[in-house]
Design a protein around this ligand. Structure first.
Ligand code: 6R9
Length: 654
């Protein structure tokens, strides 16, 4: 990546300081940076004290065989005990762990820590009855219902690594993951609700199990089915009803304590090519990372905050910041089953008002959708309980950040733009809400304990004001340990590009102050007339136009320039069709914001963009349209109709 091309692009000089009263009470202060810099391992050992250990570690980090790390060597703990039992033992049994908000809307209930513990113990006993032992893998394919959390914790309690598969994924996705990790039990439901109507889940499981049987007969021994919607389901001889098997168990279960490096879960994440990667996380380091960052970056005050992370449990964000981090910290959380626009487009704000949510964590894709719908909707709810907002999943466009802070946060709340990955397990780059003077669009800098850098092709640290590749220089507790069953691919994917450094696959730049701006996946970077351009920056320039809600930019082959910039734009509802000159207006706007080199060759106004379960734009598919190819594999799209709409639009536009 050539440095100057990424350095002299967009410009942003808005700054948002933490309010003085927030700074005065913040969990993490600037001193943490110094403390961690002075003694990194000592700092992590201190963070590990947030957990209850059955026996303490002898060594904080064993890095004698890189890139295979061992953290808290010799320590023993149980993740489920840390997330539930110890809080009950400490007298917090009556405290609400989850305000569960189901769909249909009247279906809501509170679950206390004591209730959660009883359910987890019953489910653990049930799994034991089904023959699940420490080390066995269990697949979980459920909607956002309390049983999903219970199932994860029951597995963790037994030391049986879970693999959660997003409920929106197909039978094909489910079977390939079950086969790859060798899961012997699948926990699922008859169906879930979508926009108030039941939608089936079980038929996909039946299809997946049949595929697995064909390849590896007998691998899946049992399918445990939660009755959620009550719809009719075909039953097979492997099926068992959760209510029956779990319902008849004792709520007592004495847990075993596992080695800190015992596998906790496998989470599959799609590679750009090839089969999905099974990211392996282990128990001690992962839980330390999730608990520390959830406490520090979200400034959690467990006694008074009501925390809501909108992520699905099928995404790593749901693992670290809806389940493990908040529960390890004894937080009270909202867990939400539905979608943002049913029964109405103000549903999320209604939930915040009702439960007096204080900390809210969501993704830029959702924020831009709300921007598109207009300010009037959130304005009709009382959002004054909010004191901190977070963003994750993609770079947040500066306009979306400012809108989020002003319209949702009442121009008062700090916004933490948190960079991390399935692989990193927990947040690595983020502002500290009580310390950092935040810049909209920048994840700012590595949090205390983390050594992030931006390097050039040779792996040398780039000077401030330059761009390159985002790397992590030192191991960290919640790092992935390997790819399930594939150490070679693990080394090759993350550790071979730069000697001794973790390569994240993202492009980034350091601004004049040394703050980090993530510029998107390096695979998405465009090369126009020899200049390397970032998708993120051009998208942010488009989103800064008052008529634009969302934008996706790709590079399409061009005879003259190598690649040309093609943009797909969603307009804000208030902008109507944008007017006759909208395309020229937007092209000129990009030229003005960034430079003539970034001016899109083509701009298409579209109703929707293709996105993954976590709201990431699938640019690969948009490149297919821009280059007039048949659209590739759409099985990991959240809504597979979107591509049809876009392709039809492209065919009719000139
Ligand atoms: C947690 C999660 C990881 C990729 C990552 C990067 C992008 C996530 C971001 C961000 C810019 C942020 N990403 N957070 N880019 N700013 N705050 O999203 O995990 O689904 O594995 O995706 O998401 O490209 O490399 P995962």
């Amino acid at each position: 990546m050539s440095n100057e091309a990424l350095s002299n692009l967009s410009h942003e000089d808005r700054r948002f300081d933490p309010p003085a009263d927030f700074a005065a009470q913040a969990n993490l202060t600037a001193a943490a940076y110094e403390q961690a810099d002075a003694d990194r391992l000592g700092f992590w050992a201190e963070q590990a004290e947030r957990l209850s250990w059955e026996s303490r570690w002898d060594q904080v980090l064993d890095w004698s065989n890189p890139p295979f790390a061992k953290w808290f060597v010799g320590g023993k703990l149980n993740a489920a005990y840390n997330c539930v039992d110890r809080h009950v033992e400490a007298g917090a049994g009556e405290k609400v762990a989850f305000h569960w908000v189901g769909e249909p809307a009247e279906d809501a209930r509170d679950i206390t820590y004591a209730e959660l513990k009883d359910e987890v113990c019953r489910a653990a006993n049930a799994l034991v009855e089904l023959g699940v032992k420490a080390g066995d893998r269990v697949a979980i394919y459920l909607p956002m219902i309390p049983e999903a959390v219970v199932a994860m914790l029951a597995c963790a309690r037994l030391g049986a690594p879970h693999t959660v598969i997003f409920g929106g994924f197909s039978a094909e996705a489910l079977s390939s993951r079950v086969l790859d990790c060798g899961a012997k039990v699948i926990i699922t439901a008859d169906g879930g609700y979508r926009r108030g109507a039941p939608s089936a889940l079980k038929p996909a499981v039946d299809e997946a199990v049949a595929k697995v049987e064909a390849e590896q007969p007998g691998l899946v021994e049992h399918v445990l089915v939660v009755r959620r919607t009550g719809q009719e389901v075909a039953s097979t001889e492997k099926d068992l009803w959760w209510e029956e098997v779990v319902g008849r168990q004792s709520s007592e279960h004495v847990c075993e304590f596992f080695d800190a490096e015992h596998p906790l879960y496998v989470m599959y994440t799609s590679g750009t090519t090839g089969k999905p990667k099974g990211i392996l996380h282990t128990t001690g380091g992962y839980l330390v990372g999730a608990a520390y960052t959830h406490w520090g970056i979200f400034d959690l005050k467990a006694d008074t905050d009501v925390y809501w992370c909108t992520a699905d449990i099928g995404w790593v964000t749901g693992h670290s910041y809806m389940v493990y981090g908040p529960l390890a910290n004894q937080a009270t959380s909202v867990m939400y089953e539905g979608v943002p626009d049913a029964p109405h487009k103000g549903r999320w704000w209604e939930v915040i008002e009702k439960y007096k949510v204080t900390i809210f964590y969501t993704a830029p894709t959702a924020i831009r959708t709300f921007m598109k719908w207009g300010d009037e909707i959130p304005a009709s709810f009382d959002l004054s309980s909010l004191r901190l907002l977070g963003s994750v999943g993609e770079p947040i466009n500066p306009e979306a950040y400012v809108w989020y802070r002003d319209t949702i946060g009442g121009s008062r709340t700090p916004v933490v733009d948190t960079w991390w990955q399935t692989e990193t397990g927990s947040i690595l780059i983020s502002p500290l809400p009580g310390v950092t003077s935040a810049k909209p669009g920048s994840a700012m800098r590595a949090i205390p304990g983390i050594a992030a850098d931006v390097v050039n092709d040779e792996g040398e640290s780039v000077p401030d004001g330059s761009g390159g590749y985002l790397v992590i220089r030192e191991p960290w507790p919640s790092m992935l340990r390997t790819l399930w069953g594939d150490d070679e691919r693990f080394k090759e994917t993350y550790w071979s590009r730069f000697e001794g450094m973790y390569f994240a696959g993202d492009g980034a730049k350091k601004d004049e102050d040394g703050d980090v701006w993530v510029l998107g996946r390096v695979d998405d970077v465009m090369n126009v007339s020899g200049h390397r351009l970032s998708t993120t920056e051009i998208e942010s320039a488009l989103v800064s136009h008052p008529k634009v809600a969302e934008a996706a930019v790709v590079g399409a082959t061009d005879e003259m320039t190598g690649q040309a910039v093609c943009a797909y734009v969603i307009l804000r509802e208030a902008a109507g069709d944008g007017g006759d000159d909208i395309i020229t207006e937007l092209r000129n706007h990009v030229a003005h914001e960034i430079g003539a080199i970034a001016k899109p060759r083509q701009i298409m106004i579209v109703p929707e963009l293709p996105k993954t379960r976590s709201g990431k734009i699938m640019r690969r598919l948009l490149r297919d349209v821009a280059e007039n190819r048949e659209v590739g594999d759409v099985t990991t799209l959240a809504d597979s109709n979107v591509m049809r709409l876009i392709s039809e639009g492209a065919a009719t536009s000139t």
